[in-house]
Each structure stands twice: as structure tokens, then as C-alpha cells.
Write a protein that binds this ligand. Structure first.
Ligand SMILES: [Zn+2]
Length: 443
């Protein structure tokens, strides 16, 4: 398939460019109107701001096509698939570039509304038709996609493509759980979390070991990280057993503060439906507790806060271990990450490139800072204030006289690219440098 039309109907895909998200007062009136990106803003962005050098440094993993070093694979970058999506929503698949200069000039010429990154193939994708059936994907980052629409059953403040600061902590929680699971249970070290530009996040794992994973291993990791199993007899069902796996015990301690904060803002125990959903996690052997709490929460204590009501359950759980398990399950149900496993499971699945502009909002898909000096800073990320393409164009004009070496230094995008290089690209390059240093010559 070379070209594909985006279907403009409801989709779990964050890439549907239908509706903008309100992110300031002026935009409040625009919510129902389709955001229109100015092609000139986009062209200026590719001409002067898109971090081609830094993206090339990442995606070449030290394999410089011009290198004389015998340990360098000079076809490495050339074998990577890029897909361009044009303004009229045509997908141009299997684009590839011999080097950074070609990558940059081609993107500037096409000025795609989106760029998707695919796998490396055994040969450059431009040779796909000539090679025929032996053309196959051989390597790609392990990737994850988390979309806020998959939380619609627990979000009260927003639905569908909307997000706000009250529900965004669901994404912060997902990032922390994913980060801890991938680093501690799988030993991965090179993680990049990226804002998808509207209502979700992507995670790229760049470790050499992760890039080499086959489809079945990717699917297994995706399953390991998935616990939501829909509903059974009207009750939410989780793939969680007693005793709880250590990974989920750790996840539930990450989830707890997020759950408690969201319990307050989303008021999950305010009505009968919410009460029954939570009490549905109590085991059959706790029928008495179930009916006592139900009577309390929907009777004389109906007007109390959800936090107060949940406090009653936790207090009861102090004396019953089986209830403590249920309390953990409830927290996990509401805030544990909900992955789109289809994005993770296939080596050849495309994923939107960092630093492209989301066509539905105009926002740059910037990396999300995770830690600083060993401390979590993921909660500081505000999706509503991230740079937009038209804003960056204005910043370029406003700071046109600033004495700087690169245009990007005139804009608020600069710190995002710096963070990307410092926290992701440089450590990857260092890991590759060490690996090559330890290799016998010619490998
Ligand atoms: Zn919200």
C-alpha cells in the first residue's frame, strides 16, 4: 500500500485531524471548528526550525553514511522508512534518504503535514518493488502509544479528543508506570516520551536490544503491560491475580497518589453507577461490606466527597487482606496505563515522528521531560501550553535581531530540542560508542 486516505470519522487514532483542542481563551470559541494550519507557517517551520540534525543523529545511531570506520553500517539511515502525509491527506509510503542533507531537502520540498517513522528494512525502501517478496523489516524502536480516548470510561471532565489539566495526570501516571516497568523489569535505558500534539503520548525505546525485538516479543511486552480486559457480568475486569505480581505492586504504589488526586477531581463515587463500579471489585466473600458501603455511599453519606467514601473502604480494608487486594485493583482500573497494543506489536507499524506538527492543533510533538537530577518532573508538563507552529513563526519574527547562531534559538522550541539531545540522543550515542570500542575490528 503506497497511499491511504485518512478516514475522517471517529477513531482511536490520535492522528485524526478533525477537531482542535481549546488551549486558550481565544480558542474557546474554536472548539467545534476545524483547526486550519497555515501552509506558510509549516514551510517556515521546516525551513528554519525542524531539528533535522538532531533527528538524524538519533535515527542513525552513530552510523554516519560518510564514515570510513569499518564498524559503521553506511546504509543504516538509508534503510529506514519515512512516510509523508500531505495536506490533502495522501500517505506517501516508503520514503528513504541516503543522508541528512537528502532528508532535509526532501522534507522541505514536500512540506508534509505529518511525518511517520517506520522500521529499517533489509534494503532501502526505495528498492521495495525491485526486491519483491524478500523485502522485509528488520529493526525498529520498541514503541508505545497511549491515547486519552481510551480513558473515556473513567474521565468525567472531558471526552473524545478533548483534554484538560484535570485529566492529563492520567498520562503523567502512565508515563511513570511505563518508565519504571521498562527500565526495571526489562532493563531498557533509552526511553523517549513524546507529546502526540493533542491527547496522548508516545514512547520510543531506543536500546539496541529493543530495536532488534521480533513481533512476538513486542506483543508479549505489550501484553505484560496491559491489564484492562473490558467487562464481565457488568463489572470491570482486570488481568490481575493474587498474589499481585511485583511489577503491579510497584505500579500500584505509583498509581495511588494519582488515583487519590483524580478521585477528588473526577468524583468517581458521586452516583450509583460510580459506586457500583467500584464496589464491583469487592470479592463475593465480602457481601456484607459491599452492602454496608453501598448503603452508606448512596444513603446518609451520599453528599460526602468521593475521597471520604473511598476512605471508608480503605479503613475497612485495614482488617481484611482480601479487601486490600480489591483496593489495589480499583486504583489500577482507574489510572494504570491503557496501551494501544496494536502500535506496539508490529515491527512495521508506523508512528508519528517527534517534532512534527499535529495538524489538528498546530502543536509541536515535543518530548516530555521525565526526570531532572534524578527527580521526577513529568507532572510539570502542561499539554495546553506547548508551542504551536504559528506561535514559533511569530517568535522568529519578534526575535529576528537576536544575536544567535541558529534560528531555533530565537524560539521556545530551543529548550525542547536541547532536552531531546541531552536526555536521549547523547546517551544513545555514548552507548553505541562504548559498544563499538569493545568490538573486535570489522564487526
Ligand atoms: Zn479533562
Amino acid at each position: 500500500m503506497v497511499k491511504r486516505k485518512i478516514v475522517e470519522t471517529d477513531s482511536a487514532d490520535d492522528d485524526d485531524p478533525k477537531q482542535p483542542l481549546s488551549d486558550n481563551e481565544d480558542d474557546e470559541v474554536m472548539v467545534s471548528r476545524k483547526y486550519q494550519m497555515d501552509p506558510n507557517d509549516l514551510q517556515v517551520y521546516y525551513d528554519r526550525l525542524f531539528p533535522f540534525n538532531e533527528m538524524f543523529r538519533w535515527l542513525s545511531y552513530g552510523h554516519d553514511p560518510d564514515s570510513e570506520n569499518e564498524n559503521v553500517d553506511r546504509t543504516f539511515f538509508h534503510r529506514r522508512e519515512f512516510t509523508f502525509i500531505t495536506a490533502d491527506e495522501v500517505w506517501i509510503r516508503y520514503q528513504c534518504f541516503e543522508n541528512k542533507t537528502q532528508f532535509k531537502s526532501c522534507v522541505r520540498k514536500v512540506s508534509p503535514y505529518r511525518i511517520e517513522i517506520g522500521p529499517l528494512y533489509n534494503e532501502p525502501p526505495s528498492m521495495k518493488d525491485a526486491i519483491g517478496s524478500s523485502f522485509r523489516p528488520v529493526e525498529k524502536e520498541l514503541v508505545f502509544d497511549i491515547d486519552m480516548t481510551d480513558y473515556d470510561e473513567v474521565r468525567v471532565c472531558c471526552q473524545d479528543k478533548q483534554i484538560c489539566n484535570e485529566c492529563w495526570p492520567l498520562m503523567s501516571c502512565a508515563i511513570r508506570v511505563l518508565h519504571e516497568t521498562l527500565t526495571k523489569d526489562f532493563g531498557f535505558a533509552h526511553l523517549l516520551f513524546v507529546f502526540s500534539g493533542r491527547r496522548g503520548i508516545h514512547c520510543w525505546v531506543g536500546d539496541r536490544r529493543a530495536r532488534a525485538l521480533k513481533d512476538d516479543a513486542r506483543f508479549a511486552i505489550g501484553q505484560y503491560l496491559s491489564i484492562h480486559m473490558g467487562t464481565e457480568h457488568g463489572n470491570a475486569k482486570l488481568n490481575v491475580r493474587q498474589p499481585m505480581h511485583h511489577s503491579l505492586v510497584r505500579a500500584s504504589s505509583i498509581c495511588e497518589p494519582y488515583f487519590l488526586r483524580l478521585l477528588e477531581s473526577q468524583d468517581w463515587l458521586s452516583d450509583e453507577k460510580g459506586v457500583d463500579r467500584v464496589l464491583g471489585f469487592l470479592p463475593d466473600s465480602c457481601k456484607e461490606t459491599h452492602s454496608l458501603l453501598r448503603d452508606s455511599w448512596l444513603g446518609k453519606n451520599q453528599d460526602r466527597s468521593s475521597s471520604w467514601k473511598f476512605g471508608q473502604l480503605r479503613k475497612t480494608a485495614q482488617t481484611k487482606s482480601i479487601l486490600r487486594f480489591a483496593v489495589r485493583e480499583i486504583m489500577l482500573f482507574f489510572v494504570y496505563p491503557r496501551l494501544d497494543i496494536n502500535v506496539t506489536r508490529k515491527l512495521n507499524h508506523l508512528l508519528k515522528s517527534p517534532f512534527v506538527i499535529h495538524p489538528g492543533t498546530g502543536k509541536v510533538c515535543v518530548p516530555i521531560p521525565i526526570k531532572e537530577d534524578g527527580k521526577w518532573i513529568v507532572d510539570k508538563f502542561d499539554p495546553l501550553t506547548q508551542p504551536k507552529v504559528e506561535q514559533l513563526h511569530r517568535e522568529l519574527n519578534k526575535n529576528k535581531d537576536a544575536k544567535v547562531r541558529f534560528d531555533i534559538q530565537r524560539t521556545s522550541l530551543h529548550k525542547h530540542v536541547e532536552n531531546f539531545v541531552k536526555s536521549f540522543v547523547e546517551p544513545l550515542e555514548e552507548a553505541e560508542r562504548i559498544r563499538r570500542r569493545d568490538l573486535p575490528a570489522g564487526l
